[in-house]
Design a protein around this ligand. Sequence first.
Ligand code: GDG
Length: 739
Amino acid sequence: MATRTLLVSNRLPFRLVAGKGGYVFERTVGGLATALESYTQRRRPRGGGPGESLWVGWPGEHPPVAAQGAVAERLLEERHAYPVFVDPAEMDRFYNGFCNGTLWPLFHGFSGYATYEPRHWESYRAIQERFRDAVLRVAAPGDTVWIHDYHLMLLPSLLREARPRMRIGFFLHIPFPAYAVFRLLPRRWAREILLGLYGADLVGFHTHEYVQSFLQCALRVLGDGHDLGRIVARERSLRAGAYPIGIDVARHAAAPRRRRRAALPGRGTVARILSVDRLDYTKGIPERLRAFERFLEKYPAWIGRVRLAMVVVPSRIGVVAYRDLKSEVDRAVGRINGRFGTSRWTPVLYLYRALDPDALAEAYRESDIALVTPLRDGMNLVAMEWVASRARNTGVLVLSEAAGASQELAEALQVNPNDMEDVADALHAALRMPLSRQASRLRAMRSRLRRNGVVRWVDHFLADLGSAWDDQERLRARLLGGPSRDTLVGAYRGADRRLLLLDYDGTLAPFALDPRAVRPGPGLLGLLGSLARDRRTSVALVSGRDRATLHRWFGGTPLTLVAEHGAWVCPPEGRWRPLRPLATGWKKGIRPILARQAERLPGSFLEEKTCSIAWHFRPCDPDLAEARVRDVADELIQLTANLDVGVLLGNKVLEVCAGGVNKGGAARMLLDRRPFDFVLAVGDDTTDEEMFRALPGKAYSIRVGMATSHARFNVRGIADVLDLLRDLAAPRARVAGSR
Ligand code: GDG
């Protein structure tokens, strides 16, 4: 069976319109719909590739409940679509309230326009559940679910909870803001939004800048670092990447010339500048008009010879900010036309309406310059479509550097949309640009657009989604549970000479800002004691802690203690002895370097042990720490290249250790003391990896957390480790399900 792709977006690419004979479906204008239309049309008849697609979304109307079933059925049959019906009042709070009143301004960097209304947030959450239910109703096993845009950022996790193995992708069409802006959201909302996205296997953005912002927010808000865009946290692996959207170039280049009338009056007499956008404060429409006015002032030779045709598509009319914007634009157009216009020439031709697709294509073709100057824009398809329509390679694109498209259309004249002089100069330069340069720039952009069209965008995203999902499955297969856990417990019970090698921090006890605060409680001491009192079992605590702390906490128990990552060992009721001669001469050179760094990174502190110096940075600003520590680790590795020391990057700690001291050495020493027929090592950290590597092939090893590891298995967290140890300590097998 060919797999299906469920495209989930707030709006379906058409709306329901109530007519006399029932509902009809009317096409809607929109970036996503336009982009995906080419794709779905191309893929559907073949049924190959990623297979059929089915849209899930709001149809723009709320039929009476009794009629909803029939409408849904017709939609499925005629349009490959499944509607999510939402009560209009709820829709208003969700769409106008949270989506366009909070997320849209904030994510575009217009924080002054954002409102933070708890009722709107609650509706946002409620609507996600409606979408979840709709998707679950139509999703079949094996389907890929591709969720689109800021309206549905909580949906990936809601679906994940319901279907843990579903293949889920998410794409954000608008910018993802930098942390300084994202943090303006109430903390709980910010967390829920990020965790909502975590439900996806792959999260896509238009540019690397947005990817970086997202990763930065994940680090700052949730404390989750990443490795080349892959976050492994909270039991899951999530990939984030840049997938700049493309368009169907062939379609725009070959748009039919059906119209007899010109789309924009005034053809032939003047150079034509075109702009097309939805009425929105992010699009920089008043700023553009001011820049055009400045252009006429600064370069009066163009007066009477150029015209700006500005198509403004009405949008979000119910929202006050948009009504105000409309009045501002009206006033500015009036002012410029009043100031510069004559009876034979109107500088600004202002069309406040949508054009039909043919008229838009004609307008693209009839213009000489496209002036696309949003203050912020996820991508901007108009710029791309205009370039695609230039079949003769004439014309100049003046493009805002704040649009995601500026990355793809590098040969445009790029401007800062707030800088009137810059835009005015760019218009002047565009009008004077020789045809040969126009052609070479357009050719370069057109061929890039052709290479990176919308079909490639979809294929690329879906292919990466497939491999991100495979990552997830690999991770899942490594989870200790069910049969693998039973085998482990069975092997333990059948063995007579067992060795347990257990790390402490992050494995048996949680981390705390102050490392002294995680003293073992009586429960843990009792559990470890009961394991170690069985004469068949040796339990070693293999820790990075210093001797004194381990002694204070575990002295007098039947455990073997290993301190400082294997530098010291102390058998039960024995005395500490070093595993190898301790070399400490290197400390003199390294100590001042680490001390200087600790002083520069607020909240961090040094801990000096006999054979190592540890720089702890758990309490610090994670962003700052991450960047600084990587640099220092690099520097130290180079500085110590000729010394017998190791640089270990542990969990929020960087440690410089005497050479040859690591948990692997300690594990080997314990393994060599006598033969064992069952070995289990558990740890949570990169410093435990040496221990895993030192084990014989048949040994069991478990990494706590979902990181990639040399261990054979992963468990989710400390609770799973304790649960397993309790099972091992239990006199008989616990009844299945008792966990
Ligand atoms: C979001 C992001 C990102 C416009 N006017 C008319 C008309 N259009 C069509 C254009 C184009 C689309 O609408 C507009 O696309 P944009 O990219 O400019 O903006 P959004 O719709 O807000 O889209 C944006 C996009 O998602 C894709 O990821 O680029 O940054 O905000 O296709 O042709 N179509 C017709 N008449 C018009 O008057 N027929």
